[in-house]
Design a binder for this molecule. Structure first.
Ligand code: DHB
Ligand code: FE
Length: 280
C-alpha cells in the first residue's frame, strides 16, 4: 500500500523562475524569499518520495477558455513545458508515472469525481517553478502525477469540493498496492490580484490565518465561497483551492515541519508550508 509522506504547499510566481534562471537567489530582493526553501529540501531529502502528486492550476498553456476542465489528471509518460510569454527558459521534460495516474483516475471516477484524463499535457509555470524550487537538480525529481484545477474561467470549484477531491486523492493513493512513499504538492497563492482596480492587493492577516488553518483546521477554510476568497485574497488568491486539494489528501493528523511567508514577490504574497503525515 502506498503511504502519503506529507504535503508541500508553495506559491508559483513566474518571476521566481526568472530569478533562478539568472542566478539571483542571493540578491537582496530575492534572498528573504529563497531562504524559505532549504528546510523544504531537507525534509524531502529525509523522506525521499518515490512519486509526487502535484496539484496546480494551468493558466492558459494547456487548457484555454474554449475548453476548461474543472479537474484534470495527467496520465502521460512525460510532461513538457512550453513558452507562456513570461521570458522563462523552457524546462523539463518531467517524468510521469502513468500506472499510478490511471489508478488514481479509476479510483477518483469510482469515487464520483469525474476527472478529465490527459495523455498529453503541457505543464506551465505553476508546475515548473515549484519543481525547480523543490528539486533544483532535475535528476533527483520523482515521477509525477499532475492534477490541474480550474482557477481561470468561472465557475470555479468550491473550496469544499476541492477538499473533498483531496480526500478522494488520499483514498486513491492508499489503495495503490505498491509500497511506495508519495508526497502531495499544491501550488498557488497566497493573496494576490494581478489586474483590475485592486491590482496589487495583499491580505497578510488572511494569509497567516490560511497558513495556520491549512495545518490545524483545514475544514474551517472549506466554509468560504469562491466569492469570499476573491474578496479576502484577491482574484488570483483563489489559488488557495489547490492547497485544499493537497491538504484533503493527508487526512486528519499532521505535524508542521516548516512554514515561511514573504511579501511581496512580484505581485504576490509568497508562502510555503511543509506538513509531515507520518510523524503525526
Ligand atoms: C504572478 C502570480 C501568479 O500566481 C501567476 O500565476 C502569475 C504571476 C505574479 O505575482 O507576478
Ligand atoms: Fe498563478
Amino acid at each position: 500500500m502506498a503511504r502519503i509522506l506529507g504535503g508541500i504547499y508553495t506559491s508559483h510566481i513566474p518571476a521566481i523562475g526568472a530569478a533562478i534562471a539568472k542566478g539571483r537567489q542571493g540578491e537582496p530582493y530575492w534572498k528573504p524569499f529563497f531562504d524559505g526553501y532549504p528546510p523544504v529540501r531537507e525534509w524531502l531529502d529525509a523522506v525521499r518520495p518515490d512519486a509526487a502528486v502535484i496539484v496546480y492550476n494551468d493558466h492558459g498553456l494547456n487548457f484555454f477558455l474554449d475548453k476548461m476542465p474543472t479537474f484534470a489528471i495527467g496520465a502521460a509518460p512525460e510532461y513538457r513545458n512550453a513558452d507562456e510569454g513570461w521570458g522563462l527558459p523552457t524546462l523539463g521534460p518531467y517524468a510521469g508515472c502513468p500506472e499510478l495516474s490511471w489508478h488514481l483516475a479509476e479510483s477518483l471516477v469510482a469515487d464520483e469525481f469525474d476527472m478529465t484524463t490527459c495523455q498529453e499535457m503541457l505543464v506551465d509555470h505553476a508546475f515548473t517553478v515549484p519543481m525547480s524550487l523543490l528539486w533544483p537538480e532535475p535528476e533527483r525529481r520523482p515521477p509525477v502525477v499532475p492534477i490541474s484545477v480550474n482557477t481561470v474561467q468561472h465557475p470555479l470549484p468550491t473550496p469544499a469540493r476541492c477538499f473533498a477531491l483531496g480526500r478522494a486523492v488520499g483514498r486513491g493513493i492508499a489503495s495503490w498496492p505498491e509500497d511506495i512513499g508519495v508526497v502531495v504538492i499544491a501550488t498557488g497563492g497566497l493573496s494576490h490580484q494581478l489586474d483590475g482596480r485592486r491590482a496589487g492587493f495583499i491580505n497578510r492577516e488572511f494569509d497567516l490565518l490560511c497558513l495556520d488553518r491549512i495545518a490545524t483546521e483545514p475544514e474551517a477554510l472549506t466554509r468560504y465561497t469562491i466569492r469570499d476568497l476573491v474578496r479576502l485574497a484577491g482574484s488570483q488568491g483563489v489559488e488557495l483551492i489547490m492547497w485544499l486539494v493537497a491538504r484533503g489528501a493527508l487526512g486528519g493528523h499532521v505535524s508542521k515541519v516548516h512554514s515561511h511567508y514573504h511579501v511581496p514577490v512580484s505581485n504576490t504574497a509568497a508562502g510555503v508550508l511543509v506538513l509531515d503525515n507520518e510523524a503525526a
